[in-house]
Design a protein around this ligand. Structure first.
Ligand code: PEP
Ligand code: MN
Length: 270
């Protein structure tokens, strides 16, 4: 069965056989950077601008984001450049604010198991990107998506924890393809958090497109080495242009959907 495209107003943003790109800084730091980033995206015909306003950092001493100010900045700048805004929600109390200003809500890896938050997100009308928990099985990820109960869910494989330490996480492309093939959800990958290394982001974006997922989300910054979070994995603007040029050269495999197996997996333990 073909997947329904996900649209905002009348614009399709994720569709089977398509390859959508979401890009922007890990965390919104200031207006100037965000304007430069939005300008680049609109020149490259990339429609979705991401940026963290509330950051869930492993260390309480790391930069935590600038909160509401960043949400409003992202919304204004995305509108000015005709882009759709994407930001992460980390707490139930921010739902009204984020839903008011933002076009696509992101649930990060650390909140995939936050079932009260997921249930509440069932009430919003905008698309929701649900990242895979860093230690979650595919089954747990799919069940988490069912908690949201919204027909505009996009699943994002962002790397899982394995014994390997040369990369930040391990991009589990085979599971991404499995879920893309066997479920009704659109699936994208996040090669930035999966690898933690800017030199690996383009190859993993290319691999993602080649194996038929519906897009990628990548972190970019005008001066990556000065970024306040995730500097090592952030692409500069030249690398991002290269990513777009390279991915335009790669075809993506059309993979037939077949929802039976997923239902089977869920029912088995359900
Ligand atoms: C993010 O995309 O901003 C993010 C924090 O990623 P993750 O939840 O995958 O760590
Ligand atoms: Mn990040």
């Amino acid at each position: 069965m073909a997947k329904q495209p996900i649209k905002i107003k009348d614009t399709p943003i994720f569709e089977q056989g398509g390859f959508s790109v979401i890009a922007g800084p890990c965390a919104i730091e200031n207006k100037d950077h965000l304007v430069q980033t939005a300008e680049l995206l609109s020149k490259l015909n990339v429609k979705m601008l991401r940026g963290g306003a509330y950051k869930l950092r492993t260390s309480p001493h790391s930069f935590q984001g600038i909160g509401k100010e960043a949400v409003i900045l992202l919304s204004d700048i995305a509108k000015d450049y005709g882009l759709f805004s994407v930001t992460e929600i980390i707490s139930l109390q921010d739902i009204d604010l984020i839903h008011k200003y933002i076009d696509i809500i992101l649930v990060g890896t650390r909140n995939m198991y936050n079932y009260p938050l997921l249930k509440e997100l069932g009430q919003v009308s905008c698309p929701i990107i649900l990242k895979r928990g860093m230690c979650a099985t595919v089954e747990e990820w799919l069940l988490a998506a069912e908690y949201i109960d919204n027909d505009k869910i996009i699943l994002c494989e962002r790397g899982i924890r394995t014994f390997e330490t040369c990369t930040r996480n391990t991009l589990d492309l085979s599971s991404a393809v499995f879920v893309e093939k066997k479920s009704n959800f659109h699936v994208i990958t996040d090669p930035s958090h999966a690898t933690g290394n800017r030199d690996l982001v383009i190859p993993m974006a290319l691999a993602s497109k080649a194996c038929g997922v519906q897009g990628v989300m990548v972190e970019i910054h005008p001066e990556p080495d000065k970024a306040l979070s995730d500097a090592e994995q952030m692409l500069d603007f030249e690398m991002f242009k290269e990513l777009i040029n390279c991915t335009n050269l790669v075809g993506n495999a059309f993979i037939r959907s077949d929802i039976n197996l997923c239902k089977h997996i869920i029912l088995r333990n359900g």
